[in-house]
Design a protein around this ligand. Structure first.
Ligand code: PLP
Length: 462
């Protein structure tokens, strides 16, 4: 692999430069200093390599984004060609570029029928910030300016800007910086395993799904129905631990939103573009969102791009009555990002990735993960398409967790890394979201590596 001149350094040199200058996102720098940063130098397919030349199976697709895998020539070529033609022009002031408008048209074609318009951003966080602006503008234009509150869920992840982190329900984020901002409320997540001693006790998964959805109705009653503007949720909570909701959950949420006229927002930043085995998570779970945010998989992470699909209910009001919408980013509709997204959509369609996940690799992954249930430390496995969770637990019949100080998830994650596998830990839940191009043989390989990591973690924890 040919590396540019700036990249030719030893691991130690990288670690020294990194420790001296780079403040990393979501990183404890004291902890990082003890080990030194891991330097990833290149990738191919489902694998990446580090600066010591070790091959690593990337079971997280980077950060849930490299859906078409590393090294897709069509995306690389699209970026280079667009950079040569027109590296940048904006979409403000009655202007566009061919890739931006072509992508808007293409997205309208691959999203549910209610979506005909898109607003572009560069990230999922900006897309969710945009949702707050859009939702509030919509209700102002509808003559109901008192409808301001957006209801979200605990442990949701909607991004890291002030507004997106407020929409999210991550306690650790809220304690830093006095979040959430006003106008955001949270209900609990539909996490059957986590609620086994509480709300889910004695209930079937499906019964619990209805109970969990009705927390929204209770919250609406508490706030006042005339003050609630929207409900936002990830179809499957990703960073919250790949929490696949009971099948009864989303239909009941839809019913409650309809009943109160509340806008439904589906955060498809992780679930979009085939991750769940349909183009969109809302299609897998049968909801009709009014707004839908996306990022990551739209370009498979090759360049930053995000956006909001705006359903006709909102778009018509905004376009016909709104005048100028005082909102936008320098990179809204960036031509290089949009050109890469178009090439990415071509790959998804040509390789039939959505269908493959739905009919082949998704069910096969579920089957292979179910084999892990014989492991003495695995309490449950859950998957949806190509995203999955493995719940670690100390005593399976009693469903007893490990003591928090053991940090079993982090220990398991460490064994994965040492064994050439990237897997993420959310508390005691190990999660994967591998590239959608993965083959059955690679599912086997990944599950083999997972079992080895579980064995090593178990041997250490006993
Ligand atoms: N929404 C969800 C569901 C996410 O998982 C993420 C990021 O992981 C975001 C939004 C934020 O996206 P970004 O990091 O591109 O701002």
């Amino acid at each position: 692999m040919d590396l540019p001149p700036f990249a030719r350094r030893s691991t130690r040199e990288w670690q020294a430069a990194d420790a001296a200058h780079f403040l990393h996102p979501f990183t404890d720098h004291q902890a990082l200093a003890t080990k030194g940063v891991r330097v990833i130098t290149h990738g191919d397919g489902v694998y990446v390599w580090d600066s010591d030349g070790r091959r690593i199976f990337d079971a997280m697709s980077g950060l849930w984004c490299v859906n078409v895998g590393y090294g897709q020539g069509a995306l690389i070529e699209a970026a280079a060609q667009q950079m040569r033609t027109l590296p940048y022009y904006n979409a403000f002031f009655q202007t566009t570029t061919p890739p931006a408008t072509a992508l808007a048209e293409r997205l309208a074609a691959v999203t549910p029928a209610q979506f005909r318009h898109v607003f572009f951003s560069s990230s999922g966080s900006e897309a969710n910030d945009t949702v707050i602006r859009l939702v509030r503008r919509y209700w102002d234009l509808m003559g109901q300016p008192e409808r301001k509150v957006i209801v979200s869920r605990l442990n949701a992840y909607h991004g890291s800007t002030m507004a997106a982190a407020s929409l999210g329900g991550m306690a650790a984020m809220h304690t830093q910086g006095g979040l959430p901002i006003p106008g955001i409320a949270h209900i609990d997540q539909p996490h059957f395993w986590a609620h086994r001693h509480g709300a889910a006790k004695g209930l079937s998964r499906e019964e619990f799904g209805v109970v969990a959805a009705r927390w929204l109705e209770e919250k609406i009653a508490e706030i006042g129905p005339d003050k609630v503007a929207a409900f936002i949720g990830e179809p499957v909570q990703g960073a919250g631990g790949v929490v696949v909701p009971p099948s009864t959950y989303w239909p009941e949420i839809q019913r409650i939103c309809d009943r109160h006229g509340i806008l439904l927002v589906s955060d498809e930043v992780v679930c979009g573009f085939g991750r769940t085995g349909r183009w969109w998570g809302c299609e897998t779970f049968g909801t009709r969102p009014d707004l839908m945010t996306f990022a990551k998989g739209v370009t498979s992470g090759y360049v930053p791009l995000g956006g909001v699909m705006v359903g006709e209910r909102v778009a018509r009001v905004l376009i016909e009555r709104g005048g100028e919408f005082e909102h936008g980013y320098t990179y809204s509709g960036h031509p290089v990002a949009c050109a890469v997204a178009l090439a990415n959509l071509d790959v998804i369609e040509q390789q039939q990735l959505v269908q493959r996940v739905r009919e082949d690799t998704g069910p096969y992954l579920a089957q292979q993960l179910a084999n892990l249930l014989d492991h003495p430390m695995v309490g449950e496995v859950q998957s949806c398409g190509l995203m999955a969770a493995i719940q670690l637990c100390r005593d399976i019949p009693l469903r007893e967790s490990f003591a928090p100080e053991i940090a079993i998830g982090m220990a398991c994650r460490g064994h994965c890394f040492d064994n050439g596998l990237v897997m993420r830990a959310v508390g005691d839940r190990m999660i994967v979201a591998p590239p959608l191009i993965m083959t059955r043989a690679q599912v086997d390989e990944m599950c083999g590596l997972i079992r080895q990591a579980l064995d090593r973690t178990y041997a250490q924890a006993r």
